[in-house]
Design a protein around this ligand. Structure first.
Ligand code: UT7
Length: 327
């Protein structure tokens, strides 16, 4: 029986110009480069300029993925944007991105997916379902954030972690192809929202200090949950594909903390040379982190055709998910 599979035919990313180093942060809060680097693996992160929005980063990452794929952008059937930091409450950032890409005349659907740091895995899985069902031929999936806009710059437990950026993949349906998305796996557990959330919003009203709210996190607890969830997702993905960990060539994990990444790599018995790491330069870019890291290892030629790539992420909600791709 014939079947459709989603193949990644192009990747792209985009980062704001401005770098915020650990030394810069040490002048803002009671911290040090040594503490931040040893606990997280982060050296610096990028911060969007005033007037630079999530949709700007997303659109540029999208353009780069379209260019890498070498396709006519007007043939895209669907745009998905995973973000926790949309330009506005509404319309969706995906609608704004569609327009910024000059594609509104196509009338293609475009919508956002919200699963915080696991947002890209969720958007990728949604795109995969559309392609497998035969509803879409080409889908642009973007993860983009301006996390800096929801940071309490006086909270040393969170302000050192996050950064801004965007990454994208262009998916194309292929009939009976060997390459592409082999499986995706998504999960949520809404029972522990107090461990990682914003302290203000829309229906609940503004934050105590006013405004849309900032990230509040019990880092230590989140750390433990992240390690557990990412390890179990890796196991689930191996089992679903009936492969052993030795058959995975690359790990592209969410970039929250190098120690979480090392834990997931260990579960796969994966040497760190086979793990995409950008956390040192990008910090945690939430929904953008997996596609940003993926774009780096694709563009510098480290990932080769035919290799198996495991992507996995964990975030607020809690939400977590993975995807296995044959490149
Ligand atoms: O992306 C989605 C999910 N997010 C994550 O996965 C993040 C997960 N969490 C983490 O990465 C880590 O928990 C952090 C990096 C946030 C914190 O590292 P930790 O090793 O878990 O530290 P901790 O929260 O247990 O704090 C240890 C100490 C505390 O001081 P006391 O109470 O022992 O005196 C903190 O006040 O470190 C202190 N501390 C800092 N010290 C210097 C917390 N932040 C800082 C800081 N600089 N920036």
């Amino acid at each position: 029986m014939s079947r459709l599979r989603a193949r990644i035919i192009g990747t792209g990313s985009h980062l704001p110009e401005k770098r915020l180093t650990n030394h810069d942060l040490a002048r803002m809060v009671d911290t040090s480069d040594e503490w931040i680097f040893s606990r997280t693996g982060i050296r610096e992160r990028r911060i969007a300029a005033e007037g630079e929005y999530t949709s700007d980063l997303a659109a540029q990452a999208g353009r780069n993925a379209i260019q890498a794929a070498g396709i006519d952008a007007a043939t895209i059937d669907l745009i998905l944007v995973a973000t926790t930091t949309p330009d506005l409450i509404f319309p969706s950032t995906a609608s704004i991105v569609q327009h910024k890409l000059g594609l509104s005349h196509t009338r293609m659907p475009a919508f956002d997916v919200q699963a915080v740091c696991a947002g890209f895995m969720h958007a990728l899985s949604v795109a995969d379902q559309f392609i497998r069902a035969g509803s879409c031929w080409r889908v642009l999936v973007i993860g983009a954030e301006t996390a800096s806009r929801i940071i309490d710059w006086n909270d040393r437990g969170t302000c050192i972690l996050f950064g801004d950026g965007a990454g994208a993949v262009l998916l194309e349906a292929e009939l009976d192809g060997e390459r592409g998305l082999l499986s995706t796996h998504l999960h949520a557990d809404g029972s522990q929202i107090d461990l990682l959330l914003t302290d203000g919003g829309i229906s609940r009203g503004p934050a105590p200090g006013g405004g849309m709210g900032v990230i509040r996190m019990q880092g230590n607890e989140v750390f433990k949950q992240a390690v557990k969830a990412m390890e179990s997702c890796v196991d689930e993905t191996l089992a679903a594909n009936q492969i052993s960990k030795e058959q995975v060539d690359w790990l592209v994990p969410h970039q929250a903390n190098i120690r979480i990444i090392q834990g997931t790599a260990k579960r796969l018995g994966m040497p760190m040379e086979r793990v995409a790491v950008t956390v040192d330069r990008h910090g945690n870019t939430s929904a953008a982190s997996v596609p940003l890291a993926l774009d780096e290892v694709v563009r510098d030629g480290r990932i080769q055709a035919g290799q198996r790539v495991m992507m996995v992420a964990f975030g607020g909600g809690f939400t977590w998910g993975s995807a296995l791709v044959r490149w």
